[in-house]
Design a protein around this ligand. Structure first.
Ligand code: AMP
Ligand code: MG
Length: 492
């Protein structure tokens, strides 16, 4: 009996120049590492079948379900500021789309499933380490409530991939609201293919932004909506200390989900200049630079839409610039709302921004841990005796104490009691993030010792980021001196 996937493949019905039809390349000995059973159920897939032999063969790309129409999507992109006219899915194959239990159409893609016509010099494969990192971090982001692609499964292939050395190969089954990127628009626009750009925009509106379709000027409304989602997404990243690492236009989803987890990591001590990616030598994608880069990427998107805006180029440019000017205010509004939530404020005052900024400045100067500071603030809000626990995170505790006095004065202007505030703050300030030294440690255990127990444990902890989980308290701790991991690698 064949495994039935309820695929309905709308992207594969677009013109052939949008993709190439490419099947996964079979692998030797697939083995299931992890199945996201909850997500499988949400997609209407039977987790027991997926975990069984034929399911694992599908997840590894060794067998293609009947209803799948495997394609590699075409896209271009600006990488570190330089335009590359053709990138495309070089190691990812879209099996098809499933409408989930919420009525949302989701792509199911196999990342690391073998070469495609877009592979250039790459092998089309993924190493186990980056697959586990993406699984962990994307599922942590989902648990934090931040829009993201999801991990449906990870399998090892039974084959080695050649990187700096031989490493176990793996495939990640990734689920996304869509894999269309800013770079997908650039692919058509930079070829002068206005009809392609229009078809893509119409597709995106129908699938992701139906309300834009009802607007008087749908393409303008589309740009506005993408700008809004991206501004909100990057603000959410900043409120949890997330650093994407490679915010190239081909790694920015039009759907507003966090996508393409490469050398991504969460910050420990607060420092806006933090960079993890080994290839980001100039800090282009540093933590604090992410809003500026998002805006830059959105300007590249806006350029692709100019011919759809107006035949009058000056008019089109003016309209695009107006749309882009909304990014800054939108981002700041989202960030400030997020920071107010993190500080336990229920109302909005103009001076709140300075209050938040001053805490952050103090944290930066005193190398305070980002996640722990806010989590401990949540515990101190109803119990000033616990201020000591926050102050202890600052190299000079008096820096915190002076600020705390202002904070408490501000809190006293609101009627909420400490207990109410504590509950609210604990849902805005996670205890657990996938700390980079932990991520590296679980990857090392899996890759070097074939031991996946540490991965399972970390995954379970970060899946409940807002709960205390006293049994796993040490997972909340920052790295000890000597444990820090300052660089992450794409691993491609
Ligand atoms: P990334 O840095 O993962 O966003 O990938 C950038 C581009 O390189 C995309 O077009 C990928 O499909 C392609 N790519 C990355 N790794 C590989 C690989 N191992 N084999 C083939 N193409 C790859
Ligand atoms: Mg990418």
């Amino acid at each position: 009996m064949t495994f039935h996937f309820p695929f309905d493949n709308s992207y594969a019905r677009l013109p052939e120049r949008f993709f190439t039809r490419t099947a996964p390349t079979p692998v030797g000995g697939p083995r299931l590492v992890r199945l996201n059973r909850e997500l499988a159920l949400h997609l209407g897939l039977d987790p027991d079948r997926l975990a069984g032999p034929d399911g694992v063969e599908i997840l590894a790309g060794r067998r293609v379900p009947d209803e799948a129409e495997p394609i590699a999507m075409a896209y271009a992109g600006h990488q570190f500021g330089s335009f590359v006219p053709q990138l495309g899915d070089g190691r990812a194959i879209l099996l098809g789309e499933i409408v989930d239990h919420d009525g949302v159409r989701r792509d199911i893609q196999l990342k690391g499933a073998g070469p495609t016509p877009f592979s250039r010099r790459g092998d089309g494969r993924a190493a186990l380490g980056p697959v586990l990192r993406e699984y962990l971090v994307s599922e942590a982001m989902a648990a934090l409530g931040i829009p993201t692609t999801r991990a449906l499964a990870a399998v090892t292939t039974g084959e080695a991939v050649v990187r700096e050395r031989m490493l176990p190969g793996a495939v990640l089954a990734r689920v996304a609201a869509s894999h269309i990127r800013v770079g997908t628009f650039e692919f058509f626009a930079t070829r002068g293919d206005v009809e392609g750009t229009r078809l893509l925009a119409d597709y995106v509106i129908a699938r992701l932004y139906p309300e834009a379709g009802k607007a008087e000027r749908p393409y303008h409304a589309l740009l506005d909506a993408v700008i809004e989602r991206q501004a909100e997404l990057v603000a959410r990243w900043l409120t949890v200390g997330f650093i994407h690492g490679v915010m190239n236009t081909d790694n920015m989803s039009i759907a507003g989900e966090t996508i393409d987890y490469g050398p991504c990591a969460f910050m420990d001590a607060y420092d806006p200049a933090t960079v993890f990616s080994s290839i980001d030598q100039h800090g282009r994608y540093a933590y604090g630079n992410q809003p500026r880069i998002a805006h830059w990427n959105l300007a590249r998107l806006a350029e692709t839409l100019l011919p759809l805006f107006s035949d009058d180029q000056d008019k089109a440019i003016a309209e695009a610039e107006e749309a882009l000017s909304a990014f800054g205010p939108r981002f700041e509004a989202a960030l400030h709302a997020g920071l107010r939530r993190k500080l336990g404020l229920f109302t909005e005052r103009p001076e709140d921004v300075a209050l938040a900024r001053d805490l952050l400045r103090g944290m930066a100067e005193q190398r305070a841990d980002f996640t722990l500071t806010f989590r401990r603030l949540a515990n101190a809000v109803a119990d000033p005796a616990r201020d000591d626990e926050v102050a202890a995170l600052f190299a000079d505790p008096s820096a915190y104490r002076e600020w705390a006095q202002r904070w408490r004065e501000r809190l006293s202007e609101e009627p909420q009691d400490g207990a109410t505030r504590r509950v609210a703050m604990r849902t805005a300030n996670p205890a657990f993030i996938p700390r980079n030294h932990r991520v590296e440690a679980v990857i090392a255990a899996a890759v070097e010792r074939d031991d996946f127990a540490p991965f399972e444990k970390l995954l379970a902890v970060v899946a409940r980021p807002y709960e205390d989980q006293p049994a796993f308290a040490d997972y909340a701790d920052p790295p000890q001196p000597g444990e820090e991991v300052r660089q992450t690698f794409c691993g491609t």
